[in-house]
Design a protein around this ligand. Sequence first.
Ligand SMILES: Nc1ncnc2c1ncn2[C@@H]1O[C@H](COP(=O)(O)OP(=O)(O)OP(=O)(O)O)[C@@H](O)[C@H]1O
Ligand SMILES: O=C(O)[C@H](O)[C@@H](O)[C@H](O)[C@H](O)CO
Length: 196
Amino acid sequence: MAKAKQVRGMGGMDDAAHPAILVMGVSGSGKTSVAVALAERLGALFVEADDHHPPANVAAMAKGIPLTDELRRPWLEAVGEAVAERRAEGPVVLACSALKRRYRDVLRRRAGPLDVVHLTAPRALIFGRMAARRDHFMPAALLDSQIADLEAPGPAEDPVILDAALPVDTLARHAATALALRHPRLATRSHGGNVG
Ligand SMILES: Nc1ncnc2c1ncn2[C@@H]1O[C@H](COP(=O)(O)OP(=O)(O)OP(=O)(O)O)[C@@H](O)[C@H]1O
Ligand SMILES: O=C(O)[C@H](O)[C@@H](O)[C@H](O)[C@H](O)CO
């Protein structure tokens, strides 16, 4: 299948590996919410990229300082390693901003091919959600730097693009439906409960 060939070419992991799904987007777009719901729906393992930041990165963001490529590099490598380990056990859903194409390529080099789900929404909607969030280190003031850094995945990455204004469960369902077309074994799981 042409699509599968293209994805393999971008990652280099063989066909036997379980799917790994990257739920990406700017801060506040709903990556964690949707990735958790999608992982439940697919019976997949969940990886949270934010858990792999060195403390200095979290401290910088909490102070309103955007991360640079240099600061993001070791973080992305650690996230890619985590996905590589988990996908040996089963399908993985990763929540990660992965804003630039080269960041996604770092993930692919470490973890193998990725199915990309991109959550998009108008700035005002995302800003409102970030501002309302009380228990998170990321200030809404960093949203504009996230939008400036974003390189939306183009056709070569074959993304599933979703309107993040929809309810979380709807987004997870739409993502699962699109992914089931690419990975028939995921389709069985999503209809048959969450144990494989
Ligand atoms: N589809 C949605 N509808 C309504 N509220 C949502 C939706 N998705 C996320 N939210 C809410 O918006 C806020 C941001 O969501 P979430 O933390 O999942 O985003 P994120 O992209 O993972 O953010 P970050 O990258 O900063 O960790 C949360 O308070 C969450 O409950
Ligand atoms: O690349 C980045 O700028 C950061 O990783 C952020 O995107 C955070 O991880 C997250 O989105 C905030 O919670």
